[in-house]
Design a binder for this molecule. Sequence first.
Ligand code: PAF
Length: 285
Amino acid sequence: MPLLIVKSPKKMQALAESIRADGKTIGLVPTMGALHDGHLKLVDIAGKKADIVIVSIFVNPAQFAPGEDFGKYPRSFKSDCEKIEKAGARIVFHPSTRDIYPEDYSTFIDPGRIGSILDGARRPGHFKGVATICAKLFNITKSHIAVFGQKDGQQLAVIKRMVRDLNLDIDIIKAPIVRTAAGVAMSSRHSYLSEKGLEKAKVIRKSLLLAKEMIAGGERSTKTIENRMRKLIQAVPETKVDYISFDRWDDLEPMNKLLGRVMISLVTVIEGVRLLDNEIIRIEN
Ligand code: PAF
């Protein structure tokens, strides 16, 4: 069956209803397009968990602050559709901004503290925009499951919290980070980087692995680990650390002691581009 492109939220809901009436399950992969292998992995995982996979492509203005890259965010709808079809999804939901946010639109979801720390502190309102669009996409596509990548770890935590807090009838699946051959976590924003920039980005993974190694060797001082990570990154010219944080997975509460499941988040700025990466590890003692 050829790929079906649905633009109207009402038509998408009607189609989702008929899929459900046929006794089939729906898996959603929410995206903003500019698809890379990381997104295709999400499609693959969704295909293993649900009968019909819907990929949404919508560059969501509500999650960009004024002055951020909404206008220049890469858009490649035609090639995205080719990739989606090859990856085995059946439906693309590609609404207009006006259909999602009519002129008098006024309802937003505020995720609270979990959305206002870390990246939320640097990008105020970002996770309010993410939570709102995801809740809308869940309702429009009537999905049973939705797959999110671990690379955007805080986003995943915010969505899981929203689903729990609002009793949304959907399962959120965490997909592993997909990396380039050089170990850089895949991101649509790589298109902003020069080859040299991508080369420099290798240090991100290296410093996360250093943190893991130090913890495996018994180090428990986040200050000591952070200092070593910063040193490694700062040795690469024109590469800045935005932040390094050690938080409990998956509520992102600060940790007095490194114990249990921990997300080590690292945001680095290279050539003006913020690159997110993380490791989620279990510390037994
Ligand atoms: O991760 C993204 O691409 C976006 O934040 C999402 C989840 C599609 C919401 O716009």
